[in-house]
Design a protein around this ligand. Structure first.
Ligand code: CIR
Length: 256
C-alpha cells in the first residue's frame, strides 16, 4: 500500500524542458490543469501529497520520479543522465530525508534516472538507457543487493520510441506486468503474467498501480478494456501536455 506521494507542478517554462516527441509545444495552463487532476487522482487512491514548489530553474523538475528510487527499506538518490537535470536531486533530497532515515546515492560516473527503474515486490528491473549508464546500473544493483533486493538489467538502448524502461513497462502487482511489444521478449519476465500493449497504444504502457486503482493515460481504449476485464479499477487521466515532453504518468510522482 502506498500512503504518500511527492509531486511538483510544472513551472511556467515547462516547455523549455527536454523532449524528443514531435508533438508541438505544451500549453502551460493545460499542463497545470492536468497535473492538478493527477494530484486529485492520487488523493482519491488514498495518498497524502507533499506538493513541492514549481521550480523554473529546472523545467523538467515536474518529473520527480527521475530523482530517486524509493523502497520499503531506504531511498536511493539518483544521478540523472541529462546534464540539465543534474541539479534536480539537490532540490528534492531534503524532502525525502523527512521520510527516509536511510538514504543511499548514485555517484559519478554512474547515472540513473528513476524512470528506468521498475520495482516488482522485492525485485527491480533496471533499464540501461540513454540516461542510465552501465556504471549507474551496477551501483544501483549493489545498493539493492545490500538492502536485500534482487535486480536484473534490461538494455533498452536499441529500442526506439522509449526514453526510459518504464516508458514501456509497468508493474501492476499480482505478479502482472504491462509490456510493450519491443520489450516483451526480454529475459527476466519469465514467471510473470504479461499484459501486452498493442503498438498504437504504447504510450499507455506507462500506467501506475496505486493501491486499489490503476492510473492510465486517457485515449487508449484497448488497454483500458483489458485492465477493466482483469478487474482493475481504472482511472484515466489526460496526459497530452506531459506526453509532448516525453513524460508519462509514473514520472509525475514519487510514491511510497
Ligand atoms: C526528460 O527528457 O527528462 C523529461 N522531459 C521527461 C522525463 C520523463 N520521465 C520519466 O519518464 N520518468
Amino acid at each position: 500500500m502506498f500512503k504518500h506521494a511527492v509531486v511538483r507542478p510544472p513551472a511556467a517554462n515547462f516547455a523549455a524542458g527536454l523532449t524528443t516527441a514531435d508533438l508541438g509545444a505544451p500549453f502551460y495552463a493545460k499542463a497545470v490543469e492536468q497535473h492538478q487532476r493527477y494530484c486529485e487522482a492520487l488523493q482519491h487512491c488514498g495518498l497524502a501529497l507533499t506538493k513541492l514548489e514549481a521550480d523554473p530553474d529546472y523545467p523538467d523538475s515536474t518529473f520527480v520520479e527521475d530523482t530517486a528510487i524509493l523502497t520499503d527499506r531506504c531511498a536511493i538518490l539518483t544521478r540523472p543522465g541529462a546534464v540539465s537535470r543534474s541539479g534536480e536531486v539537490a532540490i528534492i533530497k531534503d524532502t525525502l530525508a523527512r521520510f527516509y532515515p536511510k538514504i543511499h546515492a548514485i555517484t559519478s560516473p554512474g547515472t540513473v534516472d528513476g524512470g528506468d527503474i521498475c520495482e516488482s515486490d522485492d525485485h527491480y528491473f533496471i533499464g540501461i538507457s540513454q540516461r542510465t549508464n552501465q556504471e549507474g546500473a551496477r551501483q544501483l544493483a549493489g545498493i539493492l543487493a545490500q538492502e536485500g533486493y534482487t535486480s536484473t538489467s534490461i538494455d533498452i538502448r536499441g529500442i526506439k520510441g522509449i526514453l526510459h524502461l518504464k516508458s514501456g513497462l509497468s508493474n501492476l502487482g499480482d505478479n502482472r506486468l504491462v509490456v510493450i511489444g519491443a520489450l516483451a521478449d526480454q529475459a527476466g519476465f519469465e514467471g510473470y503474467d504479461i499484459l501486452h500493449v498493442e503498438p498504437a497504444e504504447n504510450y499507455a504502457a506507462n500506467c501506475v498501480r496505486v493501491n486499489d486503482h490503476v492510473l492510465l493515460a486517457a485515449g487508449y481504449p484497448v488497454l483500458q478494456t483489458s485492465l477493466s476485464k482483469l478487474g482493475y479499477s481504472v482511472i484515466t487521466l489526460e496526459m497530452s501536455e506531459f506526453q509532448k515532453m516525453d513524460g508519462g504518468l509514473s514520472c509525475l510522482s514519487l510514491r511510497f
